[in-house]
Design a binder for this molecule. Sequence first.
Ligand code: PHE
Length: 469
Amino acid sequence: MSDQTGIQAGQPSARQTNAMHEDAPEFAREVWNTRLGFVLAAVGSAVGLGNMWRFPYITSEYGGAAFVVLYILMTFVIGIPVLLAEFTIGRRARQSSVGALRAAGGRPWVPLGYLFVLTGMLILAFYSVIAGWVTRYALVALFTGFPEDTGAYFSSIASGIPAMGFHLFTMAVTIAIVMGGVEKGIERASFVMMPILFLVVVGLAVWAATLQGSGEGYAFYLTPRLEELFSARTIAAAAGQAFFSLSLGMGAMLTFASYLSKKENLPREATVIAFTDFGVAFTAGLVVFPVIFALGLQGAVGESTVGALFISLPGAFVSMGPVGRVVGALFFIALFIGAITSAISLLEVVVAALIDEWKFSRKPAAVGAGTIIALIGLWPAADTNALGFLDAVTNNIFLPLGSLFLAVLVGWLLKNPLEEVTRNTSERIRPLLIGWLWILRVVAPILLVFVLYTSLPIVADAFRALTGR
Ligand code: PHE
């Protein structure tokens, strides 16, 4: 722990005086310029392919509204607490995930920090391939319109050279933003892009409500059948989706919080971010389901996993003529924004560790790490089974495992965790924060072990698909 050294040498270092110079730059570590900038960047990380692509297809795979109920429960009961745990560790240490975990739990926790870095690299490697498809779709919708046979079209662009080109393009954009730094790169990009995304998604949901035959879509999405609430697989899938969507378990939120001033109210920010993330996912469902059901395409969403939305939605857009062109372009532009703002948070986990632990400067760190990830991504770009495998391993093993360790660390091992989270909060929420600790101590670990156990077959399936056995 080195945060008492440097500029403040010679001053009293007692706790009480900390508040005075906490915002003094420590070795010029970067900070967010505004509170809103941080919130938008964190929401940018959370909102992405997970909300607008994964959420609708997972929802339909697990039977619709019952899944939505479980997802809400997971987001608010377990998601917010783990998010707050990441914020706590990150802001407390003001270090990348490696240094922050070292500061929180000592040397034995350093490997977990590197696991986070590895997870960030692997997720970004395949995430960027999907973001590449999105980029292509946005351009096609805008300039030529989708071809009639969207299934054949998707197969022709999903892997191989076409996929690689767009994947490399996405990586280049991501690297360029992260090179700009926390304030001038990430914060500024989120500031410009996220409001556009919100407007487009809400606008599309309003438009979807005007479609003939949308009612069935809403019914599927919004009327839960109670018996489905108790399926183990559905519960595990809902938890996995909540964690992935909130970017939890690999240090992205931790890293973003490390650039936060001690003035911010962490429980409030965690709540705002989780609500917004949920809001966007929910609204995206209000777009996708009415569209799909209005056009009688419901079979197509649940059928294939990875490709679902890339086949059925454009299919719907094609059949709508010129309106479909506009709506399709808007949908994929919003998805592109979501994907890029998430991709930058993934790269930042790696870059922050290179800067803090290995004393790189930002630009070479961003270019170097970004290039390596771009190269790894050629594999999932060449082979959709590899993509499915990376997705399964990271989402079903690395993220729940990371979240499990974080919950245990903050719940049981961190000294005085309430000190960091109660800064600038009102006394009244103290009982809630005690509840938070108990969720981290007991509820989250039990649930996460259950999630890990239940999702092992998913990983095994993905591995079999990859090796062709
Ligand atoms: N939360 C992002 C999404 O929903 C994905 C992500 C996961 C981003 C983990 C960063 C870290 O698309």
